[in-house]
Design a protein around this ligand. Structure first.
Ligand SMILES: *Cc1c(COP(=O)(O)O)cnc(C)c1O
Length: 423
């Protein structure tokens, strides 16, 4: 696909875009009737127009049926999480038994580290990426301390080479081979939140397993963004949140993947709750814990129905569109953004996200030569919502479900005006 700099090109691309009508299924934020250009779907996805109806349905049922709602209606609350399973499994390339919607991301990360970070005196390190999302880092360090080890010794970081922002594949192999015998757990973001780099998850899993390391991924920025095949890749476990690309709403329910080979492994240590107990006998309230098969065995509590209800319509949109079509548009949309930035603003900014489209998703992270924070503020004043990250990065996420090529063109035009005004 070749692009040109004229607005016509964006219009043509939108006309040819098979997903262009998806946009109409979402609410865009607006001020006095004027919609914002929204490029923050990697932080908080937009609200599908059907979402209020799904939440309202459960609110009404609570009014009208109260406790009976656990067993009545189209989606009884008792097993509400099950209504999300199949679509989530598709998104991460898993079998239904391998996924569950529950809790929040960091909570799930802890719960799964309880099972999958089992350090010994020889093998006690955790490999993470330098500049990992802070919550992951805090979680990992606290787990290391919980086991009586010292994060200063046990935390190994993947570091980009001097002057580079992303980690090279050969450096990942090298670290895993060099440190592998001491690494208990490899825990990386599927997509790094800051640079937008997609890690080669399949290869990392393979390299890790060759060194007998457990391999887990934080998919906060990967799910709903890039194709995933967790089952086939043999990934041990993964966690995610639903409020970014999944459009599940603020603080929406998280999720977890545990590979099928652990589905019936009672030897794994874990923290238990009644929702992980075999559902056929759960309500006989027995003293003895009987583990459910699969990822559901890590559940603690009954389902947060309202938050799950808010996620269902978005998952339905993903199921209707399908990941291949979504990825196809995403590649074009991000490539188009890159094309415009490189051809119009080459001297004004640096794109720190990998240039290879297969090493990135729906995000470009920009370092502006001058005045990043002021520019971000000016963008907002010009009705562009995007994300600012200290120390100097603007993250732009053109989301294929609801962003258009015209959005991208308009954004670059506004940015150009702001940057050239400052010259
Ligand atoms: C967004 C994000 C989180 C957020 O964690 P919560 O528990 O949902 O607050 C964690 N890790 C990464 C990598 C993220 O991008």
């Amino acid at each position: 696909m070749s692009f040109t700099l004229e607005k016509r090109c964006a219009e043509d691309l939108d006309l040819k875009d098979e997903l262009r009508s998806c946009r109409e299924q979402f609410y865009f934020p607006h001020e006095e009737g004027k919609p914002y250009l929204y490029f923050c779907g990697n932080s908080l996805g937009l609200q599908p127009k059907k979402t209020p109806q799904f939440v309202e349905c459960e609110i009404k049922k609570w009014q009208q049926a109260a406790v009976e709602g656990h067993f009545t209606g189209e989606r009884p609350w008792m097993d509400y999480h099950e209504f999300l399973t199949e679509n989530l499994a598709h998104l991460v390339g898993a079998k239904p038994i391998e996924v569950v919607a529950m809790n929040s991301l960091t909570t799930n990360l802890h719960l799964l580290m309880v099972s999958f970070y089992r350090p010994t005196s020889q093998k006690n390190k955790i490999l993470i990426e330098k500049g990992a999302f802070p919550s992951d880092r805090y979680a990992v360090e606290s787990q290391i301390r919980f086991h009586g080890y010292d994060p200063k010794e046990c935390l190994v970081e993947l570091v980009p080479r001097p002057g580079e922002y992303c980690v090279r594949e050969e450096d990942i192999t090298e670290v895993i081979q060099r440190e592998g015998k001491n690494i208990a757990l490899i825990l990386l973001g599927g997509v790094n939140y800051y640079t937008g780099q997609v890690f080669p998850m399949q290869k990392i899993t393979q390299w890790g397993h060759e060194e007998k390391c457990t391999v887990g991924f934080d998919l906060a920025h990967a799910i709903g963004n890039v194709p995933l095949q967790l089952h086939d890749w043999q990934v041990d476990f993964a966690v995610w949140c639903s409020y970014k690309y999944l459009n599940g709403g603020p603080g929406g329910v998280g999720g977890a993947f545990v590979h099928e080979r652990y589905a019936n492994d009672p030897s794994l240590p874990r923290f238990c709750g009644w929702w992980g107990h075999d559902k056929s006998t759960r309500f006989t309230m027995p003293d003895n814990f009987q583990l459910m098969s699969g990822a559901e065995g890590w559940q603690l509590s009954n389902a947060p129905v309202l938050s799950m209800a808010a996620l269902i319509p978005s998952l339905q949109i993903f199921a209707d569109v399908g990941i291949p079509a979504l990825r196809n548009k995403s590649l074009q949309l991000t490539n188009y953004l890159e094309f415009l930035l490189r051809n119009k603003l080459q001297n004004q900014l640096e794109i720190i996200t990998p240039q290879n489209p297969h090493e990135r998703g729906a995000q470009l992270s920009l370092h502006l030569q001058n005045g990043g924070k002021e520019v971000h503020k000016a963008l907002l004043e010009n009705s562009v919502i995007c994300d600012w990250r200290e120390p100097n990065s603007i993250r732009i996420a053109p989301v294929p479900l609801y962003n258009s090529f015209q959005d991208v063109w308009d954004f670059v035009k506004i940015l150009e005006t702001l940057l050239l005004r400052g010259e």
